[in-house]
Design a protein around this ligand. Structure first.
Ligand SMILES: Cc1cc2ncn([C@H]3O[C@H](COP(=O)(O)O)[C@@H](O)[C@H]3O)c2cc1C
Ligand SMILES: O=C(O)c1cccnc1
Length: 361
């Protein structure tokens, strides 16, 4: 289903590294901005890199049966209500995206209510199974969800998207995210359970038990990424994993978001090994499972702002930094262009005294 992932372009990377050293700044002085610019150039296969023209967020919405068993601070109907809010432009990710120059699309993969025809074209079912006691999806539903995620990535890239973000919306979805992370990192339920939407201690205990029960089922299939999604994810997270894998196959850079996007990314890296070369981590969410995810993927988050929302919000908040890194590498003057002396020129303007210590003139 997924073809091989090619790595980002090595010669563009080498050109970018060399260009960073010719820009009018002390070598390395822009720190991680330099590294991000090099990454963008290598993803684009060209140096100088081009500023992003169509950064695109796709929010994958879906309900989770486990939400009926007291694992969230909010009721499941919020999922469908928030789909309306995304369409109206009132959600956090809409505002952040508008500020950062990105656009937002929402897709209903498995919301437990009817949504408009515009967003429900790829809908697989009404709410995924309650993973603590049953499979999230049937084989057929899994295939449909994976095909949809892949097709959505293709559609977006074909429509000109030059940077992608996968956002999540689904009450209860930090429970399957935690289960996926535990299944793929070997962590215990208490190490992955988080406060999600802000749950109290009673809810935390129920959530931890639900994660434990789901993990008992998930561990049996953890070596098979598709079966893991079918057993313990849901149509939304399965589609997100396929989207992230296909973005890499289509050589399109991705900014990852928080724990749900991260859990999907962990599975996507199994579906399409090497996909992570096309991703950067936008932020580190406060969810404990997200820290484990970033360690496993060996990704250093750009931001660490105490965010815990999902929707793609953390990724979009990091987008201006990635855009700045790109334009720095593309638009800064070189020492040659600006007639600024380079570090090696200082040898001409220093003298050495008897003790051999350099002094400035
Ligand atoms: C109004 C509202 C907007 C949201 N936007 C994202 N989430 C986030 O919180 C939920 C996951 O947390 P848990 O597993 O604790 O339910 C998901 O819907 C996720 O997208 C929201 C949650 C709420 C309540
Ligand atoms: O890290 C996330 O993406 C997250 C955290 C809490 C609730 N929803 C999403």
């Amino acid at each position: 289903m997924f073809s091989n992932v090619s790595p980002p372009d090595e010669s563009a990377k080498q050109d970018a590294l060399a260009r960073q050293d010719r820009l009018t700044k002390p070598a390395g002085a822009l720190g991680r901005l330099e590294e991000l610019g090099v990454w963008v150039a290598s993803c684009q296969g060209v140096c100088p890199p081009k500023p992003f023209t169509r950064p695109r967020v796709v929010v994958f919405a879906g309900d989770h049966g486990v939400a009926a068993h007291g694992v969230s601070a909010y009721p499941p109907e919020v999922t469908a209500q928030m789909v309306g809010n995304f369409l109206a432009g009132g959600a956090a990710v809409n505002v952040l995206a508008a500020t950062a120059g990105a656009t937002v699309r929402v897709v209903d993969m498995s919301v437990a209510a009817d949504t408009s025809a515009e967003v429900s074209k790829s809908k697989v079912r009404s709410g995924s199974g309650s993973i603590d006691r049953e499979d999230a999806l049937t084989e057929d539903e899994l295939t449909k969800a994976l095909e949809a995620g892949k097709a959505i990535a293709d559609e977006e890239v074909d429509a000109g998207a030059d940077l992608l973000v996968a956002g999540d919306m689904g009450i209860g979805n930090t429970t399957p995210a935690a289960v996926l992370v535990a299944a793929l990192t070997g962590a215990e339920p208490v190490a992955v359970v988080g406060r999600g939407t802000g749950i109290d201690d009673q809810t935390w205990m129920r959530k931890t038990a639900a994660i434990r029960d789901a993990l008992r089922r998930a561990r049996k299939v953890s070596a098979d990424p598709k079966q893991l999604l079918r057993t313990a994810a849901g149509a939304d997270i399965a589609a997100m994993a396929a989207f992230l894998a296909q973005a890499a196959i289509r050589k399109t850079p991705v900014i990852l978001d928080g724990v749900v996007s991260g859990a999907a990314a962990l599975v996507a890296e199994e579906l399409a090994p090497g996909a992570k070369m096309w991703w950067v981590a936008g932020h580190r969410s406060t969810e404990p499972a997200h820290k484990l995810t970033l360690e496993q993927l060996n990704l250093e988050p750009i931001l660490d702002m105490g965010m815990r929302l999902g929707e793609g919000s953390g990724a979009v908040t990091a987008l201006p930094i990635v855009a700045m890194a790109t334009r720095i590498l593309a638009e800064m003057a070189t020492f040659d262009d600006a007639g600024v002396s380079t570090a090696t020129d200082t040898a001409d303007t220093t003298t050495t005294d008897d003790a051999g210590v350099s002094t400035a003139e």
